[in-house]
Design a protein around this ligand. Structure first.
Ligand code: BG6
Length: 516
């Protein structure tokens, strides 16, 4: 944990540390079909991620991209849109030769997602690319559309015979949200599994593509010293925070239907929780890792209505002036109904009922328009059992606190009690820190780069399995239902505040939220 700079890692670009030790699967020649190719996600994340993979030589030698969206446009118009998106959003300044090379491999197909006649044409296009390559290429369909089209597209792909191939791998990547509650997730899953086998399906949770999230596993399972304290015997409680300072921007249409609980807790935050709590898998094989994560979800009993009332807080932001800038309250945001009951903040207390974690409360909080953007896991250890120092020496002694900082200032810090220099024995906490920036001195790839590459390889460790997504919804569904019936009442917080005062009560006596 020292901060001494170490050498830049000798790592192949895009290498997944989670599968080290396993046979690395090659990236097969692939035709990637992006549904929703002119949408926001494609422009901001997917196309720039593909550019960066191309830049690193991490795309297969034979690679084609077919962009699909509803409206008619030519290949060249689509390429121009892709060029602009990459130039605006890539983490690197694009190199013109690499960019031109990638754009050349792009085509466009107008596919109204529910139009059965469009799919055979898409099939012809894919086959032409196979013929050009002189071999059947793997097919990967990326569903980056509004979620109501996920089932339709899957069924149309099946009707056109595009869901399987005798000689090539066929995979489907499904963006979030996978369902909007337990019932809709089950319904969607039923359709997906009537078309694809589970091993063909890659459900995205982009948090799993973040280096720092994967580091939770490296940290836990590559270091012996934490394992003995990683349990109810030594841990008092855990706080998981995913705070954002931004509002909802122009996403009112989506956000007002979703809210903080569905948008961040059901997926990203429960993923952080499972990685923190899971037992060590016998290997980093995708199913072994996911089996362990599912066991954690199974051990979280879905809360009763009464538990939701006592153990959760929902709130909306009101107008405020964070950083001196006046911003509207949620109900005044464009496109949000005046009487919206959608929460922009959610906090909850969960417990994992197994031997390791029984009795340890896990507090999760997330929200828009909070004081600052930060995502972190804070593991608060119990106090030492006995303090032998004279009373004034003991004043500054605090229980150890371990912070896994996901973003920004990615790293890990551990607070320890240390003697203040001087003739008296006085103690105060100091931090031992590891920071990604100074220790590795290399830029981390974007989550989507890792995930797209892993999906093309058929490496599913960093994707959510069917039982995992259902497990997540089983915990969230009763909360949604209780909130829908008005329990607990909607709290308020001023834009730029650390959250509503009610959230403090959730923690119980002697505990407080980490400052934002
Ligand atoms: C997305 C949510 O899944 O995650 C957004 O829909 C949120 O509302 C985003 O802003 C946060 O992601 P990140 O990577 O910035 O923490």
């Amino acid at each position: 944990m020292a901060t001494t700079p170490t050498e830049a890692p000798d790592r192949e670009a895009g290498e997944n540390p989670l599968v080290e030790g396993l046979e690395r699967l090659p990236v097969a020649p692939t035709t990637l079909v992006i549904f929703g190719a002119s949408g926001d996600l494609a422009k901001r994340k997917l196309l720039p991620a593909l550019y960066n993979l191309a830049h690193e030589g991490a795309l297969p030698e034979r690679f084609n991209l077919i962009g699909c969206a509803r409206r008619e446009q030519s290949d060249d118009e689509f390429r121009e849109m892709a060029r602009e998106s990459i130039e605006a959003n890539s983490r690197r300044d694009p190199d013109s030769q690499v960019l031109d090379g990638l754009l050349e491999r792009m085509r466009y197909a107008a596919v109204p997602f529910d139009d059965s006649e469009a799919y055979p044409k898409l099939a012809d296009m894919i086959e032409e690319l196979d013929e050009e390559a002189g071999q059947p290429l793997s097919r990967m369909y990326y569903l980056s559309t509004a979620p109501e089209f996920f089932s339709v597209i899957a069924e149309e792909l099946k009707a056109a015979g595009l869901h399987r191939h005798k000689q090539a791998d066929v995979r489907v990547v499904i963006e979030k949200p996978f369902g909007t509650d337990l019932e809709s997730a089950r319904k969607l899953q039923k359709v997906i599994s009537s078309v694809f086998r589970e091993r063909q399906v890659f459900r995205i949770d982009h948090y799993l593509g973040k280096e720092t999230v994967q580091n939770v596993l490296a940290f836990r399972f590559a270091n012996l010293m934490f394992e003995p304290v990683w349990s109810r015997n030594f841990i008092d409680h855990v706080q998981i925070t995913a705070a954002e300072d931004i509002g909802i921007g122009s996403r009112a249409g989506y956000y007002d239907q979703s809210g903080a609980l569905r948008d961040l807790v059901q997926n990203h935050m429960l993923q952080l929780l499972t990685l923190l709590c899971m037992e060590p898998p016998s290997s980093f094989d995708a199913d072994k890792v996911r089996d362990e994560k599912v066991k954690v979800l199974d051990a979280i009993t879905p809360p009763t209505e009464e538990e939701v009332e006592r153990g959760t807080v929902r709130a909306q932001y009101t107008a405020g002036s964070p950083g001196g800038e006046d911003v509207p309250g949620y109900l005044q945001e464009e496109g949000v109904p005046d009487d919206s009951q959608t929460e922009t903040y959610a906090a909850l207390r969960l417990e994992v009922h197994n031997w390791r974690w029984q009795g340890v409360p896990f507090f999760l909080r997330t929200g828009k328009r909070l004081a600052r953007k930060t995502t972190e896991i804070a593991v608060q250890l119990k106090p030492v059992p006995h303090l032998a120092f004279a009373s004034d020496g003991s004043v500054g002694v605090q229980p150890n606190l371990l912070i896994l900082a996901v973003q920004p200032n990615e790293g890990v810090s551990l607070s320890l009690g240390a003697k203040i220099p001087g003739s008296r024995m006085r103690i105060r906490p100091v931090n031992m820190e590891f920071l990604y920036g100074s220790s590795f001195m290399s830029q981390s790839p974007e989550a989507y780069e890792r995930l797209i590459q892993d999906a093309m390889r058929g490496e599913a460790t960093l994707f959510t399995r069917d039982d995992e997504v259902i497990g997540q919804w089983s915990i969230i569904d009763p909360i949604l239902k209780a909130w829908h019936s008005g329990k607990p009442a909607m709290a308020k917080y001023e834009a730029g505040a650390p959250g509503p005062p009610e959230a403090q009560d959730l923690l119980g006596r002697g505990r407080s939220w980490r400052g934002l």
